[in-house]
Ligand binder design. Sequence first.
Ligand code: AMP
Ligand code: ZN
Length: 456
Amino acid sequence: MKLYLYNTLTRNKDEFKPLKGNKVGLYTCGPTVYNFAHIGNLRTYIFEDILKRVLEYNDYKVKHIMNITDVGHLTSDADTGEDKLEKGAKREGKSVWEIAEFYTNIFKENLEDLNIQEPDKWCKATDYIKEQIKFVKKLEKKGLTYKTSDGIYFDTSKYPDYPKLAKLNLEGQKEGARVEVNKEKRNPTDFALWKFSPEDSHRQMEWKSPWGVGFPGWHLECSAISLKNLGKEFDIHCGGVDHIPVHHTNELAQNWGITNLESVKWWLHGEFLVINEGKMAKSEGNFITLQRIKDRGLNPLSYRYFCLQAHYRSKLNFTWEALEAAQNGYHNLIGEISKLPKPKGDCPEFEEKFLQAINDDLNMPMALSVLQELLKSNCPSGAKRQSITKFDKVLGLNLDQYKKEKVVSWEVQKLIDERQLARKNKDFKKADELRRKIEEQGIKIKDLPDGGYEIE
Ligand code: AMP
Ligand code: ZN
């Protein structure tokens, strides 16, 4: 069956065809590791995970690269303000390297909790400094750069397709440029490739370069890492919608300067998670982490389920009530599936419908409703389970729990989750109380030394 994906470049749902046979090169912009990822960031990674799983479900072989931004991302997203990593280090009284390692590890734990598959390769921006310097030299040689008092800039007026990805109105931007902070920039859209270390303060991360001691501009790492690992033309590049007008537009400009090609064929962007209709951002007060979800006794996979209930190109409003409702729905689903006998046979009609849904630009709300339809249908019970196990390869919701020794009802699972939280908080009185309640339901649990548990 054909796979259709919405390409930001064409503003159209186009039929997906890889550049080379059945191999797909996939690049996803990774986290800036100066703080925890918030659940808005994580929504984007869930969308990208679904994309990768759908590609694999369609028998494509995916090579997935993700970067870790550990240098160069300034607080303004443009080229002004402090480096987010240096700021994070000051806030916590640690070195930049410690901050980066700490938040990278937490990020990886978040991915594991959400059943998000890891990329084939992680690439830290600081491991690609040599490549980034080489790229700036190349762009300089082609006459695409100029020097100001604080760095080397890309002259965006030299790239005719600069406005293409974001459908930018450059004339409008020029009019608005009166408020432009950096008067040395030739065009408001020009961006830094290399920034000089400030003379009046000390940076922990800085490197020598032909232009002076400094650090790479934020957009450069993604060009250097993607082109080096996926080749000068590759299939798909993803991120959140905020990246369209600046980060990805600038990446395309750099890539073109380096390769003479429109190096990325497909750009896919996930819409924002919002809270009270406002943006969730690391800098705003409405910052919710996955840990907070866990601390409320909610299962991270309920958050994954919550995200799958909306299409990735629609805004999704977060409320605790909506997440709790999603958890109830998720637990009910697992409860129903657990009553089915061992997998045997399949339900082709529903498998076809499911494939149609996911291949229609990753329509996960539709895919979930096919799953519900299947459960209500008169397809044989063992066949239902078999088909659901297949669907879960894409959904990643751990629905096929028949593999586990015991499956419990969602009421009991809720008690177990609460007890796990009490154990974590060393509230052993509450944990014992909850154990009694669980045992009243006929379920025995054994605590494991690593903090986990087993159902006996
Ligand atoms: P950052 O760590 O800030 O570089 O962002 C990581 C990813 O999260 C990027 O792909 C962003 O586009 C995305 N992102 C940022 N805020 C949100 C949000 N509120 N909802 C969904 N994705 C977001
Ligand atoms: Zn990027």
